[in-house]
Design a protein around this ligand. Structure first.
Ligand code: KG4
Ligand code: ZN
Length: 362
C-alpha cells in the first residue's frame, strides 16, 4: 500500500504568465502579468507628441507608429519581466473596439508570436479590459486579492466610449447603457480645443479647472429621460462652444480675449456638468440592479473630480457602496489590463485562433 509521506517537499504551483498587447488607439503597450494581478512589467509607448499638432488622433499616423514600436515594446516588456518565451503561458491581445488600422498591428504581432512560440491566443475586448483595471486597485493589490461584492455596476469612461455595465464576472459584463453621441473623454478633448488648451484635453481641463468656479456657468446636464442609462455629451460641448463664440457662431471667438479666470471658470463648470451626469447615471444604474460595488476605469477615470464625486456618492448611498477605481497609471490605455483579463479567459479556456481579426466596434 502506498503511504503519503509527510516530509515531502511542498508542491510548487507555477504562476500563469500572460503577455498582454494593446494597440487600439494611440498607445503601443505590452505587459507581462502573473496570475492576473502581479504586474511583472508594463511598457507604454505614447504617441501624444505625434498627434498633438492635429488636436486628435490621426489613424494613419497611429498605425505607422504602432508598426515601428510594437516589437521593441514587446521585447522590453519581456526583458523587464525577466521572462523568456518559455515562461509565457498565453498571449492576450485587444482586438476590439478601436481603430482597425491600429488594432491590426497588435493583433498581427500577437498571432505571429502565438504561432512561432506555440502559445494560445486570447482575444480581449478593450472596454472589458478597462473594467478589469479597476480590479487592480491599489488597496486590493496589497492584499493580493479582489474583494468585489456582486453585483457591481461598472463605468468605463474613455476617449472613444462611455458605457455602464452590469458586472457579475470579468468574462461577461452586460451592457446597460452607452453614449448616443460623444464619449465623455471626447467631450473633454473637444472642449479643451475650444478653450485652446493643450492636447490631450482631459488632463488640461482638469488642471485649468482647479483655479475655476464650478458654479460659474450652469451648463446643461443631459439625463435622457427618467430611466435612461444612456449618455449624451454633445449638448454640453455645444453649450461651451456657443458660450465662447455666440449662439449664431458668427460672433468673434471670445476665447482669445478671455482672462485666465474666465477660462478656468468655463473648464470647471464644464467638468462639473460632465461629472454630475456620470455620477447620477451610475447611481441610477446601481439602484436598478441592486449593486453592492461600483467599478470605474478608462482614461477619464484619472480625473480627481470624478473619483471624489463617485466616492461621495458611494459613501452616502444606503447601504454604502464599495468603490473600486483603477490606479491612475492603469486608467489610460495600457497592456496590464489586457494581460490581467487574459488570465481569466485563460482559466476559462476561452482561446482564439489565427483567424482573429480586429473589429472597430464591440
Ligand atoms: O482610455 P483612454 O486612454 O483611451 C481610449 O480608450 O479612448 O482614454 C483617453 C481619454 C482622452 O479623451 C483623455 O482626454 C481622457 O481620457 N483623460 C482625461 C483625464 N486623463 C485622460 N479626462 C479627464 N480628466 C483626466 N485627468
Ligand atoms: Zn481605452
Amino acid at each position: 500500500m502506498a503511504l503519503l509521506s509527510l516530509t515531502s517537499a511542498p508542491v510548487q504551483i507555477k504562476a500563469i504568465n500572460i503577455l498582454g498587447i494593446e494597440t487600439s488607439c494611440d498607445e503601443t503597450a505590452a505587459a507581462v502579468v502573473a496570475d492576473g494581478r502581479i504586474v511583472k512589467s508594463s511598457i507604454v509607448a505614447s504617441q501624444t507628441k505625434l498627434h498633438e499638432k492635429y488636436g486628435g488622433v490621426v489613424p494613419e499616423i497611429a498605425s505607422r507608429a504602432h508598426i515601428e514600436k510594437i516589437y521593441p515594446v514587446i521585447a522590453k516588456a519581456m526583458e523587464q519581466a525577466g521572462v523568456s518565451k518559455d515562461d509565457i503561458d498565453a498571449i492576450a491581445v485587444a482586438n476590439q473596439p478601436g481603430l482597425t488600422i491600429a488594432l491590426i498591428v497588435g493583433v498581427t504581432a500577437a498571432k505571429t508570436l502565438s504561432l512561432a512560440w506555440g502559445k494560445p491566443l486570447i482575444a480581449i475586448n478593450h472596454l472589458h479590459a478597462h473594467l478589469q483595471s479597476a480590479m487592480l486597485s491599489e488597496e486590493d493589490l496589497q492584499h493580493r486579492q479582489v474583494s468585489c461584492g456582486l453585483p457591481a455596476v461598472a463605468l468605463v469612461v474613455s476617449g472613444g466610449h462611455t458605457c455602464l455595465y452590469d458586472y457579475h464576472s470579468p468574462l461577461e459584463p452586460k451592457l446597460l447603457g452607452s453614449t448616443i453621441d460623444d464619449a465623455a473623454g471626447e467631450a473633454f478633448d473637444k472642449v479643451a480645443n475650444i478653450l485652446k488648451l493643450p492636447y490631450p484635453g482631459g488632463p488640461s481641463i482638469e488642471k485649468t479647472a482647479k483655479n475655476g468656479n464650478p458654479n460659474a456657468i450652469k451648463f446643461p446636464r443631459s439625463m435622457l429621460g427618467r430611466d435612461s442609462l444612456d449618455f449624451s455629451f454633445s449638448g454640453i460641448k455645444t453649450a461651451v462652444l456657443y458660450y465662447c463664440r455666440g449662439q449664431d457662431m458668427k460672433g468673434e471667438d471670445k476665447v482669445d480675449s478671455m482672462s485666465e479666470q474666465e477660462i478656468a471658470d468655463i473648464a470647471a463648470s464644464f467638468q462639473a456638468a460632465v461629472v454630475d451626469v456620470l455620477v447620477k447615471k451610475t447611481q441610477r444604474a446601481a439602484k436598478k440592479i441592486g449593486a453592492k460595488t461600483i467599478l470605474l476605469g478608462g482614461g477619464v477615470a484619472a480625473n480627481n473630480e470624478l473619483r471624489e464625486s463617485l466616492q461621495k456618492m458611494c459613501d452616502t448611498a444606503k447601504p454604502p457602496l464599495k468603490l473600486l477605481v483603477a490606479p491612475k497609471k492603469y486608467c489610460t490605455d495600457n497592456a496590464v489590463m489586457v494581460a490581467s483579463l487574459g488570465y481569466h479567459k485563460f482559466k476559462a479556456k476561452l482561446f482564439a485562433d489565427l483567424t482573429l481579426e480586429p473589429k472597430a466596434t464591440g
